[in-house]
Design a protein around this ligand. Structure first.
Ligand SMILES: [Mg+2]
Length: 195
């Protein structure tokens, strides 16, 4: 089985939504950034939790998943967000820029139309705040077909929490264990990158 993909969203996950009064979680530090295509002087303020860097790096360092950004930040995820969290560089999914006014123009997350063919049959843990019931049905059906699919959906106003990454890690360990013959796991006695 190929290494499971880990798809990672940013808005509502690493950058939680502000509350009605504009406040953001005290765990998050504000940064001023200039996304690609914006004029100098047209910068935007974002907020990131510095604890997310080591937490994510720990999961990525396990060697159990292959991370890919899946976000409307596109390449800026790799060049702006990742470095601010101290993350190693990893690729981003080349999403289009559809002219849509909702994240669910067909009742499910718009990204799925691009993620699904890109994945093929690969197993995936996908972290996004914006799944609908149709996405969860898609994941269950995909898993039933033998393509393990885990959707992790943080609250958009709270963002990513440590248990979300623990869930992804547990899922990846179980996949790894199920893909390796029992006598081999007992002989090796350790997971990939487990030193
Ligand atoms: Mg989002």
């Amino acid at each position: 089985m190929p290494l499971p993909r880990l798809l990672l969203d940013i808005d509502g996950v690493l950058i939680p939504f502000p509350t009605a009064d504009g406040s953001t979680p005290p765990t998050h530090i504000r940064h001023t950034v200039l996304p690609t295509g914006r004029n100098p002087g047209d910068s935007v303020t974002i907020w990131l939790n510095p604890a997310h860097g080591p937490l994510l790096a720990g999961l990525l360092g396990s060697g159990l998943v292959a991370p890919v950004w899946c976000t409307s930040w596109r390449k800026d995820a790799t060049t702006i967000i990742g470095p601010l969290l101290g993350l190693p560089e990893f690729p981003c999914l080349d999403l289009p820029r559809p002219q849509i006014t909702t994240s669910h123009p067909n009742g499910y997350l718009w990204k799925r139309d691009h993620v699904s063919p890109w994945l093929g049959g690969d197993p995936v843990a996908w972290i996004d705040d914006d799944f609908t019931a149709l996405d969860h049905t898609w994941a269950a059906e995909r898993t039933a077909r033998g393509n393990p699919t885990l959707l992790i959906q943080p609250d958009a106003y709270a963002g990513l929490q440590p248990p979300h990454l623990a869930d992804a890690h547990t899922w990846a360990v179980q996949l790894w264990e199920s893909s390796v013959p029992a006598e081999e796991t007992s002989r090796c006695g350790h997971l990939p990158n487990d030193s």
